[in-house]
Ligand binder design. Structure first.
Ligand code: ZN
Length: 95
């Protein structure tokens, strides 16, 4: 298992145009990746420091591969994982 931390940057006009996703084996490592990127990314860094980003962490099966074809397959699986997760939540809700 691994962790994906999603950071949505909210622009001054209230729109989201950029999403950063940080992958790591643990939440602490993913947070460290985020901080490291914030220190280097001229748009994301200042926005993150000013609280103009929103973060969510999700558990994922595996960190993305590096081969292009495998990456596409990984992406499709990745997107389906969240569809499934949402279904699971709905199933436990009382009728
Ligand atoms: Zn960036």
């Amino acid at each position: 298992m691994a962790i994906a931390v999603f950071s949505f940057k909210i622009d001054p006009d209230g729109k989201v145009r950029v999403l950063h996703v940080f992958f790591a084996e643990t939440k602490a490592a993913a947070d460290a990746e985020l901080k490291q990127h914030a220190a280097a990314c001229p748009k994301f860094g200042p926005a993150w420091h000013k609280n103009e980003t929103v973060e969510f962490a999700r558990t994922i099966e595996e960190i993305p591969p590096t081969d292009e074809d495998e990456l596409e397959e990984w992406l499709d699986t990745f997107l389906c994982e969240f569809e499934d997760a949402e279904d699971d939540v709905l199933e436990v809700e009382p009728e």
